[in-house]
Write a protein that binds this ligand. Structure first.
Ligand SMILES: *[C@@H]1O[C@H](CO)[C@@H](O)[C@H](O)[C@H]1NC(C)=O
Length: 361
């Protein structure tokens, strides 16, 4: 049984003071700490690839992006930037990471950062099928194509340097549980596996995925676990029995899955020569923001900013709702499934300062 999460944060005082050191670290950096940041995953890190895919899971319209540079709705599931954008900036690279399928960008832009992520995808092929988005194996195919373009653009030596020294961010898993396993699709994974077995199945897929990346020359990897997914507003809205509290079972599964992923990361570091992989898991900090929003300067954590905040995302979060909040920085969540820019910034600064910079610089 996963350990139960205390309803109150155990040590916010340890976390907070470190968050605000980052800007001085970033300012002291004149040259980038890694040559590029390269990203795989789901909507937590998709910077616009789904715009080019025929799926209903899109966000390239307002009010998405209303606090982004130029107020642009890029396809990020947020009012502003995502954690990977803040991380890129903190590493001395661009303030935003372009999506590989965005026609506005080319290999010159992608040489210092590129995102292959697709909202709605998961480790399991069956998850990507639910909303017809890019499966993880296809993200890897795009990455192989990118390697070739990069070699043609900067030459083999420089390309090998960039590809092996780049920081790779991997963030997915939530959709495997919420969109696939727990959605009770006919013939879905729930008819096939207990949730423990499904966790192990996903861990095996994650191990295969990292092994494939390693064989392609990837060395520096940050693996993100899943968030306290029982506390996403959509899950709380439908938690009638629990009086709209967090769904305890989903949070326990998230903790258990993250623990298994952490052990897989340790094993992979022993197995794969030259691999330098860390777990950068925002679970605890995210839960602290949800449980004590006022401590972080938020007013609301139970519902999201967009529309009624109870169940809307993608096309249901649109310009026609009169209820969308005026100031998203007062909300932990932007839509019913995704954090606000401010939440993303707090998580990114913490993970960068506590884990990524100490490991990779
Ligand atoms: C996922 O789909 C791809 C492409 O069809 C296939 O190569 C791969 O083996 C599948 N993965 C699993 C675990 O079934």
């Amino acid at each position: 049984m996963a350990r139960m999460q205390s309803p109150f944060p155990s040590r916010p005082s340890l976390l907070l003071p470190r968050l605000f050191l980052l800007s001085s670290v970033a300012a002291a950096v004149c040259e980038a700490i890694v040559p590029a940041i390269i990203v795989f995953g789901d909507s937590s890190v998709d910077t616009g690839n789904n715009n080019a895919v025929s799926t209903v899971l899109k966000s390239n319209f307002h009010p998405y992006g209303r606090d982004f540079i130029g107020g642009r709705a890029t396809g990020r599931f947020c009012n502003g930037r995502l954690p990977l954008d803040f991380m890129s900036e903190a590493f001395g690279l661009k303030p935003t990471i372009p999506a590989y399928l965005d026609p506005m960008y080319n290999i010159e832009d992608f040489a210092t950062g590129v995102c292959f992520a697709s909202a709605g995808t998961g480790y399991d092929n069956a998850t990507a099928k639910v909303l017809n988005v890019i499966p993880l194996w296809k993200e890897v195919e795009y990455y192989k194509e990118y390697q070739q373009k990069l070699r043609a653009y900067v030459g083999d030596d420089r390309a090998n340097f960039i590809l092996s020294e780049a920081l790779y961010l991997v963030s997915l898993g939530t959709n495997d549980f919420l969109e696939n396993y727990y959605s009770n699709q006919p013939g879905g994974r729930k008819t096939q596996f207990t949730v423990r077995q499904f966790e192990d199945f996903l861990i095996d897929l994650a191990i295969d995925f990292i092994t494939t990346l390693h064989s392609l020359g990837v060395r520096k990897v940050s693996m993100t676990g899943v968030p306290p997914m029982g506390c996403l507003p959509l899950q709380r809205t439908t938690n009638f029995e629990g009086h709209h509290g967090c769904v305890e079972e989903y949070n326990n599964v998230a903790l258990e899955f993250n623990g298994k992923l952490r052990r897989a990361v340790a094993r992979l570091n022993r197995w794969l020569p030259g691999l330098q992989m860390v777990m950068s898991d925002p679970y605890e900090l995210f839960l602290q923001m949800i449980m004590t929003p006022g401590y972080f300067g938020f007013d609301v954590a139970q519902r999201a900013c967009c529309a009624t905040g109870m169940y809307e995302m993608s096309y249901l979060c649109n310009q026609h709702s009169p209820f969308t909040c005026p100031d998203a920085s007062k909300f932990v969540f932007w839509d019913a499934f995704h954090p606000s820019e401010k939440t993303n910034q707090i998580m990114a600064e913490y993970l960068t300062q506590a884990i990524l910079l100490p490991t990779f610089s």
